[in-house]
Design a protein around this ligand. Structure first.
Ligand code: ZN
Length: 166
């Protein structure tokens, strides 16, 4: 297990289409273990292999029970609803943008041994599925925004959220 360096916006790794994982070997397991360590250290909600400089279709997503899901060759099967909220990325540190995403997303992926499984995510997990899978095709969330949110805009959003919850 090791912490890997997270590349940031401007690095060509983040704009490339990643290749399918075909070998479910020790090298893949090492990558997934390292990605989990790196994500935990960075305290993020998700991490895609190209963010640590590996152009393969593998991502880690933290689900709503705080468990780290390993998704190899993930694909979106269906999506529904809509949510708008601030989104950030470990490769665009310290910045946030308002992005609309589906509120419910169903995916399928392979585990580290190559077995296919399906998973469903709502709210933040749904957002994270979309965000991480986009990384694998060389896209960043910043392509969906017209500006980064200011401190005031962020504060306003979270205040409104709190009021809605009351
Ligand atoms: Zn990201």
């Amino acid at each position: 297990m090791a912490i890997r360096k997270i590349v940031t916006q401007g690095d060509p790794m983040l704009t490339k289409k990643c290749r399918q994982v075909t070998d479910f070997n020790d090298r893949l397991h090492q990558l997934l273990d390292d990605m989990k360590d790196t994500l935990a250290e960075a305290q993020g909600a998700g991490l895609a292999a190209p963010q640590v400089g590996v152009l393969r279709r593998a991502v880690i997503v933290v689900d709503d029970t705080d468990e780290m899901l390993e998704l190899v060759n993930p694909e979106i099967l269906s999506q529904s609803g809509e949510q708008a909220g601030p989104e950030g990325c470990l490769s665009v540190p310290g910045k946030w943008g308002m992005v609309s995403r589906p509120s419910c997303v169903r995916i399928r992926a392979q585990d580290r041994f190559g077995n296919w499984f399906e998973a469903e995510g709502e709210d933040l997990t749904a957002r994270c599925f979309c965000h991480e899978i986009e990384h694998l095709d060389g896209h960043l969330y910043v392509e969906h925004i017209d500006h980064f949110m200011t401190e005031d805009e962020l504060e306003e959003f979270y205040e409104a959220e709190e009021n809605r919850a009351k």
